[in-house]
Each structure stands twice: as structure tokens, then as C-alpha cells.
Design a protein around this ligand. Sequence first.
Ligand code: FAD
Length: 337
Amino acid sequence: MNHNTDVVIVGAGPVGLFAVFELGLLNLECHIVDNLDKVGGQCSELYPEKPIYDIPSRPRVSGQELTEDLMKQAKPFNPVFHLGQQVEKIEKTSDQLWNLTTSTGNIISSKCIVIAAGAGSFVPRKLPIENINEYENTSVFYSVKNKSLFINKKIIIAGGGDSALDWANDLASIADVTLMHRRKEFRAAPDSVSKMLKLEKENKIKFIIGQLCSIKGNKGYLSGIEYENEDKKAFLKADYLLPFYGLKMELGPISNWGLNLYENLITVDTEKFETSVSTIFAIGDINTYPGKLKLILSGFHEAALMSQKCFSYCYPDKKNVFRYTTSSKDLHKKLGF
Ligand SMILES: Cc1cc2nc3c(=O)[nH]c(=O)nc-3n(C[C@H](O)[C@H](O)[C@H](O)COP(=O)(O)OP(=O)(O)OC[C@H]3O[C@@H](n4cnc5c(N)ncnc54)[C@H](O)[C@@H]3O)c2cc1C
């Protein structure tokens, strides 16, 4: 589908979300794309329950609470979210416009691009198994999008963290589930571990100690897997394999966008946080400049300055009059107060 907007923000972490607010104050419309299927970036993916103590005026706020409050703050400006898709390609279509193409085929046309991509996209850790990519998205899945696919099937879930145990517990009611991990100790929440052990006792989940070493099948369709346990190899029949070994972060397609990089970070000027390419900005953990601190508050400051310059690109004929949110009636109306 094609969309048009003033600004596309790549990354819905805390800094991308605050950028929606800062751009909104200047009447700039935003679309925001994230590879994950939820907003909040590292705050919601890596430490939702952990308290953060250095957000100004928030003595203690969890990663999840901060994300929810940033969403509330952005809401009056009606940002359009495109989640579960990665921005793969950017192309200049005219002097003033960019086209961004996402992994699901969305094309968004915008005047400016703001890269708020943190340390890059969260991507699943893959198994070092040679032919695994032949089976991905037919028999091997790194996330569960459609549970009905697994009804009455033989599934192997590999891993010992939250995703592995949560999905093993969840799918046990509709499928023949085997959980495989290298030892009978888990990194998942104690609740999920107790539930899994209870289901195992009731013969609703099978548990195997072992490490996957190869997968067997034909034309992308799995017949089973081979695993190793105390130097013995064994074969296990399976229709589907769900490897849940956690997520890692990769800069991904951004490295092909022709921007100046330094150690996988985007260099910017500190006046407007613009990259080496005019009308493309980089804010938050993804950028670098002398003295950079990878903190949420640094990203918030960068979003404010970036927005001023974006305004001049989007409205070259308009004067940007500086206004405080406390005293501007127009801003109160926009914010719904
Ligand atoms: C355990 C832990 C504790 C922390 N504690 C604190 C703290 O106390 N105080 C503090 O200030 N900071 C803390 N941090 C750091 C803080 O979380 C980061 O500074 C902050 O998340 C950076 O925000 P961001 O929006 O720049 O990037 P991120 O939060 O990394 O979000 C970037 C988003 O961009 C998406 N993305 C990347 N590339 C693409 C693409 N091509 N297409 C689509 N989407 C893409 C990613 O999926 C991700 O969701 C902590 C970090 C960790 C890991």
C-alpha cells in the first residue's frame, strides 16, 4: 500500500516515539515503522519491568510505563504505525521526496526521514545449521503469528527462555509439543517454568535435554530433527520447529543507505542531528558525535532539535515561531487541554 506523509520515523523506541510529539508540535505528520510487533524498542523488549531512574522528573519509571506514557503523549498527533516490518530500502524520487519500502511491501513517501533505529533491528538468533533457511517460514518459525497452523501437529520448541517456555505452555493445548533445551534449567520467569514442569508431569509436554544439530526434510517441509545428547545423536519426528534463542540487534539495511557511518553508528551534526545526506536525520542510540551518551534523555533532546530543521524542509516558506507549550493556546488545543 502507498502512503504520503511529512516525516517517516524508522524505529518506535522511546526516542522515535518522542520524536512524534516534537514533530507534532510543529504540525508535522508522521508515520513510524518498527521491525518489532510492538512499540517501545529496548525499553519494552529488553527491560519492560526494570525501573529507569534518570528520566527528568520521573524518579522511577519502568520501561513499559515509559513506553505507555510516550504513546499517550504522541496520541494527539495521530501517528500512523507500521509494525512488524523493517524499512529495507530508501530512494529519492524527486528533489523533495523520499520513498521508503518496508519488508511487507508498504511504500511510504515523505519529505524527511528520521532514523531512530537504536542499535538496529531486533532479529532472531538463528541456529548455525546449514540448510535452515530452506525451511524458514514453511516449517521453521522464529515467532508465532498464526497458532492455527500448529493444531494437532508435532512441534519442537528449542530454547530455555521466556518465549520458548511461554509458547510451549500455550501450544500444549492444541499440538504435540516437545521442548528441547541443553539442560533442565531455564532462564524464563519462575511461573512459566512451574507451569511447564506441571504440563510435563501430566504428559501434555515432552521435555528433552539436547542440542539441535541438523534438520531433515524435503523442499522446505520438515520430517524431523537430529539432536545431540551426551555425545549420542538421535532423530525426532516433527512437522514444525520453533527455535527461540532470543533476539539480537543488527544494523541491517540501514548500512546500505549511503550515510556516513562510524563503527556502525550514523554520524550527525549536533546542531540539527542531520546525517551526511540532507533531509535524513538520526537520533537516539543509532547516532554518534563527540560526547554522545547513549541515554534516553539525550535522544529526547536530539528529537527536539531535529524537529526544528525538519520543519524548515517541510514548510520552506513558513516561519517557525518558537512557542512554549505552557503558554500557547494553539498548542493546548492540539494537545486536547
Ligand atoms: C538493560 C538496559 C537498561 C537500560 N537502562 C537505561 C536507563 O536507566 N536510562 C537510560 O537513559 N537508558 C537506559 N538504557 C538505554 C536505553 O534503553 C536506550 O538508550 C534507548 O532505548 C534508545 O532508544 P532508541 O529509541 O534510540 O532506540 P531503541 O530503543 O533501540 O529502539 C529502536 C527501534 O528501531 C527498530 N528498528 C531498527 N532498525 C529498523 C528498521 N530498519 N526498520 C524498522 N525498525 C527498525 C528496532 O526494532 C527498535 O524497536 C538501557 C538499556 C538496556 C538494554
